[in-house]
Ligand binder design. Structure first.
Ligand SMILES: C[S@@+](CC[C@H](N)C(=O)[O-])C[C@H]1O[C@@H](n2cnc3c(N)ncnc32)[C@H](O)[C@@H]1O
Length: 226
């Protein structure tokens, strides 16, 4: 299928406050816990002690509450968190060190560019998108990450029978994502009763709590690469 390319970024890098602890982590823990995209395509499995485990990506992990919770509880799998937001990356690095996790690595990158140029095909067993930025104004919908162009790139990076799971609190974004997956027969809709345990017991993040307070319900999407 022809990839329709996003020309607009799905994020705006604001100068958010980076705490002293986050700054320290960004300065001193990156070597140990991050994977740096280089010129050649990354084989992510090699970055982990046990490279034979399932590899699960959390894209746009924010402050990392869900990512850290999954990696702590499920040491039988490897996790990679992909994010552009420095203070969130700093927090996650601190938590990885505190919990002494060997099954979680961070990549500081725009996921669109990363997948397009730096990631080998058939890399991920599961890719998770928890509350991707909804860009609610119509004129900003073109910034939404989960578009046809992005999903075309993502398709190649997932193993056969690999899974994509998404939670969103924006009804029209939910409908848009569902429509893109459903109109492409390379993806099969997966029953939510088959959700792996690590996706059933996610903590409520700050973002999710805010959505609930503002009266927006969470919707879930779950697809399998056919
Ligand atoms: C609304 S927040 C959700 C954070 C978290 N997943 C949660 O559930 O609380 C969306 C996150 O996606 C990140 N993001 C947006 N576009 C991205 C991209 N192209 N690559 C990597 N991260 C991105 C943003 O920086 C932001 O932290």
């Amino acid at each position: 299928m022809q990839a329709q390319k996003n020309t607009e970024k799905s994020f705006v890098l604001r100068k958010g406050r980076v705490t002293a602890a986050q700054r320290r982590a960004l300065n001193s823990l990156k070597n140990e816990y991050t994977i740096t995209p280089g010129k050649s395509r990354l084989s992510l499995a090699e970055a982990f002690l046990d490279s034979d485990r399932k590899l699960i990506a959390d894209v746009g992990f924010g402050s990392g509450e869900s990512l850290l919770s999954m990696a702590n509880k499920h040491q039988e799998a490897n996790f990679v968190g992909i994010e552009v937001y420095s203070s969130g990356i700093g927090s996650a690095l601190n938590q990885i060190q505190k919990s002494n996790l060997t099954n979680l690595k961070i990549i500081e990158a725009d996921v669109f560019q990363l997948l397009e140029t730096n990631i080998a095909d058939e890399t991920f067993d599961v890719v998770v998108f928890l509350y991707p930025d909804p860009w609610p104004k119509r004129k900003h919908h073109k910034r939404r990450l989960l578009s046809e162009g992005f999903l075309n790139i993502l398709y190649g990076k997932i193993t056969t029978n690999g899974l994509v799971y998404c939670k969103t609190d924006w009804e029209d974004y939910y409908c848009q994502i569902k429509e893109v997956f459903s109109s492409d027969d390379r993806w099969a809709s997966e029953d939510l009763t088959n959700l792996p345990e690590y996706l059933q017991s996610l903590p409520k993040t700050k973002y999710e709590r805010k959505a609930l307070i503002e009266g927006r319900q969470t919707r879930e999407l779950f697809f399998r690469k056919a």
